[in-house]
Structure formats: C-alpha cells, structure tokens
Design a binder for this molecule. Structure first.
Ligand SMILES: [Zn+2]
Length: 91
C-alpha cells in the first residue's frame, strides 16, 4: 500500500518534470544567446577610452596613470593605448 503510493508520487514527479520540459518555454535550458546574467545591476557601465565601447567596470582592465586610473575593456585595448601613447612620447 505504502509502496504503491511512493511509486505513484515518483511517477507524478517524473511526468510533471517531463511536461514542464516539453511545454514550458525553455529559458532555463537554452543558455545560448544571452551571455551575462541579469544580476549586474550594481555594475557601473564605463567607457573604454581606446575602442569606445561601454562595459561593466567589474570586468575592466585598470591602468594606473600618474594622475588618474583608466579602465579598458580588454588587455589588448590597454596595450594599444599604451603603445600609442609611448610612441608619441620620444619624438
Ligand atoms: Zn576596448
């Protein structure tokens, strides 16, 4: 008697899961297009001085200048910025 009830509950749970998977819109499983989770509300969006795109400060690459700190979207942009500014200096 108890075993039958247990089996019934298990079957109901499995059917419920399967139905949810088939009929529900699959935002939980299709983790394809949107990369960033929507938890980055507290992130400040800053602008890359090299390539000009906006990005969250949390993922920024910081560069300490003498009187200010610059933030870049990637190390490539930081290196490009540095190369451009160091090539201007000697001449
Ligand atoms: Zn950049």
């Amino acid at each position: 008697m108890f075993l039958r009830l247990l089996i019934f509950v298990v079957v109901v749970v499995l059917v419920y899961r399967a139905a949810k998977k088939w009929f529900g819109p699959d935002h939980s499983l299709s983790s394809g297009d949107t990369g960033a989770p929507p938890q980055s509300v507290d992130d400040e969006m800053i602008r890359d001085p090299e390539c000009g795109i906006y990005f969250p400060q949390r993922s920024a690459v910081a560069l300490d200048q003498r009187h200010q700190v610059l933030y870049f979207c990637s190390t490539e942009c930081r290196d490009r910025y540095l190369a451009r500014h160091s090539s201007e200096a000697p001449q």
